[in-house]
Design a protein around this ligand. Structure first.
Ligand code: NOJ
Length: 703
């Protein structure tokens, strides 16, 4: 196995999965093309020379820091390379096509979904009351954002007790009823597992503070040091927290520094301690016995930190914005810990009791059948910020015994942009992103398709800017996003509200923002001398509050979310964009989602079929064929711009045209348009037009 050093050529660094992702990330951040690396002159240069040349941008320690990360991860391919040390026991391996490959996931942010008791906070009974809505939408698996007991410094992403439900959300019995309610409707349910850190109010942390030299002291990253009562004094290293400020908090009672990569109340667990890993596996087993079908694992790529927690390189810190990140975003033991967790927590032992509840079968036509046997392995969805395509494959390829799906966040911003930038997202980037991503995946890889979640502003607003209030534009862009997410190969994750075309809020004051990140950022900007208006203007483009406002169930002030005052006020004009209004409107965003999901369910070519891109170099047109083993062919086309465009003359080219003819169509023009903005395929595509057309398909009502 080649060991890299300063003399390693750039082309060899780029051939290493981690090297390639790291270089791609830097280029993306700088908004530069990949051609920069593949250019033969640069490709032949040694790493040290390039680092020297780029010294002004990356600093003197860059090459060494980079090499250390490469050394942590010996080169290997993402394709399974034989048995692994912690592989699943025989008989427990996932079936070759596990349910989640063709499933549609739906993320519920319970605090803002539906409130059953009028306290203004969404709760589990509220979710239960809308399960029929989700089943009717066609959801296969509900993902609930955190509902475990928490002081809510970061809205449940700071867990106080992993085996209890947050009081304002309900009780364990309510959760059991919710699990059973999903299963009865043929849906599965996963929870959020937040185990990179716990709340500072977790009993483990209390025990660690009481006796930092005792066993619980080893549960966290505690370091002795000197500091004044107020925490002044040199922290153990230069790492910065994601929510601002240093990543260390002085705990006077313990006379120790404690690491927190997020808010000061979110204390990082020490995964190098086997006791911590055992605890986490036990928590997973405990929930699986109750019937949970898996977990979304919060910032799971951050769990393994480089031993000794060394200082971060300043150059990398400046470039990425988080000094220290190279020491934990893809740490040395990440793969080992994930395999262990999968084997010890997510995999059913042969003698394990049956879970209390398991999903029922749901036919393609939506009918509910018999109880399904429990899955051999609970699904593991990794939230993996910063992880690129190749690292993502290493973490999730089938047979590696680690995660099942990973979220790749590079889709969320245009090259050279970050979440806080006030800019209009260019949808044409999605074409480049998905074409490249899908071309790099092998048969063992599977993409998680997501465009929104509770940590990001609404995509319709990012695309349209202040034109997002124009109903037909809003509807059109929402449909473009739905089409891409629901007909490209991969598993879609819909975030609540996406299916009714939710947009950002017209917040006018920081008083209406509830998120710790927004508030901290605002305070920091004020401290740096910005006026209130300036600070707000710099917070709002990236604020997570936009996506956390109550679900719009019906028109009116409370939007059907609660009879009380919502914990997080929403202030956009949602007329026409509520569930009730869209329900009976055939051309609504909601019915478009429903129809697309039904189409997916009825036609395996749209879930399991191959993809072939049409006119791959066309700038404004995004098109692809999905072809199934049964000879089915679907053509999907999207105008990625807000202007009319000419369809490329050669949409299919000879190869794809032959494919279509073999499937029984005379050519693209003879395809029946089943869903889309117009009923026919003309020479010109209207702004943001979408077309879903199939061979031999029955034309539907155009939407
Ligand atoms: C990712 C979660 O999605 C986000 O909401 C949270 O603040 C951080 N992880 C920390 O847990």
């Amino acid at each position: 196995m080649a060991r890299h050093n300063g003399q390693t050529r750039i082309s060899d660094v780029y051939a290493h999965p981690v090297g390639r992702d790291a270089i791609d990330k830097v280029l993306l951040q700088l908004g530069r093309s990949r051609r920069w690396v593949t250019n033969p002159v640069v490709a032949n240069l040694p790493l040290a020379a390039v680092a020297r040349l780029a010294r002004r941008s990356v600093g003197p320690g860059f090459a060494d820091a980079f090499l250390a990360v490469l050394a942590d991860h010996p080169e290997r391919s993402a394709v399974p390379d034989g048995p692994h040390d912690a592989a699943e026991p025989p008989g427990a391996a996932q079936p070759s096509s596990p349910w989640w490959r063709s499933a549609v996931f739906y993320q519920v942010y319970p605090r803002s979904f539906a409130d059953s008791d009028g306290d203004g906070i969404g709760d589990l009974r509220g979710v239960i009351s809308h399960l029929d809505y989700l089943a009717d939408l066609g959801v296969d698996c509900v993902w609930l954002s955190p509902i475990f007991d928490s002081p809510n410094m970061d809205m449940g992403y700071d867990v106080r007790d992993y085996r209890a439900v947050m009081e304002e959300m309900g009780t364990l019995e309510d959760l059991d009823a919710l699990i059973a309610g999903c299963h009865q409707r043929g849906m599965r349910i996963i929870l959020d597992l937040v185990v990179n850190h716990t709340s500072d109010q977790h009993e483990w942390f209390h025990a660690a503070v009481r006796d930092p030299d005792g066993p619980y002291g080893e549960y966290y990253h505690l370091r002795p040091g000197v500091a004044g009562e107020d925490g002044s004094g040199p922290p153990p290293n230069n790492w910065k927290a994601f929510f601002g400020g240093q990543a260390w908090r002085w705990i006077p009672e313990a006379e120790r520094w404690a690491l927190h990569l997020f808010a000061p109340g979110q204390m990082d667990l020490n995964w190098d301690n086997p006791a911590v890993r055992r605890e986490v596996a036990e928590i997973v087993r405990w929930w699986r016995e109750r019937g949970i079908d898996g977990f979304r694992l919060d910032v799971i790529n951050l769990i393994s930190k480089r031993p000794g927690l060394p200082d971060g390189d300043d150059g990398i810190g400046d470039l990425i914005g988080f000094p220290g990140i190279e020491n934990y975003f893809y740490g040395p033991n990440l793969h080992t810990y994930l395999r262990e967790l999968r084997a010890q927590g997510f995999t059913r032992a042969p003698d394990e009791p049956e879970p209390v509840s398991t999903a029922r079968a749901r036919d393609r036509d939506g009918l509910i059948g018999d109880r399904l046997p429990p899955d051999p392995v609970g699904v593991m969805v990794g939230e993996t910020p910063g992880v690129g395509v190749e690292m993502g494959r290493l973490l999730s390829a089938a047979g590696r015994g680690e995660l099942d799906l990973v979220f790749n966040f590079d889709v969320l911003e245009n090259p050279g942009r970050i979440r806080w930038d006030d800019y209009r997202y260019d949808l044409r980037y999605l074409k480049a992103y998905y074409q490249d991503y899908l071309a790099r995946l092998g048969p063992d890889d599977h993409l998680a398709l997501f465009i929104e979640n509770h940590d990001n502003p609404r995509m319709v607003s990012k695309v349209l800017g202040d034109q997002d209030h124009i109903p037909h534009q809003r509807t059109a862009v929402a449909k473009v996003l739905a089409t891409i997410q629901l007909t490209l190969p991969g598993t879609p994750f819909i975030f609540q509200g996406q299916e009714i075309g939710a947009i950002n809020q017209d917040f006018t004051s920081v008083i209406d923002l509830r998120d710790v990140e927004s508030r901290d950022r605002f305070a920091q900007l004020r401290q740096d001398g910005r006026t209130e208006a300036q600070a707000l203007a710099e917070v709002l483009p990236g604020a997570r509050d936009h996506s956390r406002v109550p679900m719009r169930w019906q028109p009116g002030e409370t939007t059907g979310f609660s009879t009380g005052d919502p914990w997080q006020p929403g202030m956009e004009d949602s007329r026409g964009f509520t569930v009730l209004e869209q329900d009976g409107e055939p051309a609504s965003v909601l019915n478009f989602y429903r129809n697309l999901i039904r189409l997916r369910r009825a036609h395996p070519a749209l879930t399991e079929g191959d993809v072939h891109f049409c006119a791959p170099r066309s700038r404004h047109y995004f098109g692809w064929l999905r072809t199934g083993p049964d000879g089915e062919v679907w053509l999907v086309e999207v105008n990625l711009t807000g202007r009319p465009i000419r369809r490329p003359r050669q949409v299919l080219g000879n190869r794809l045209d032959a494919m279509l003819r073999r499937a029984g169509a005379g050519g693209a023009d003879e395809l029946a348009v089943v869903l889309g903005t117009t009923g026919t395929r003309g020479k010109v595509m209207a702004p943001y037009q979408v077309v879903v057309a199939g061979v031999g398909a029955t034309p539907g009502v155009p939407h």
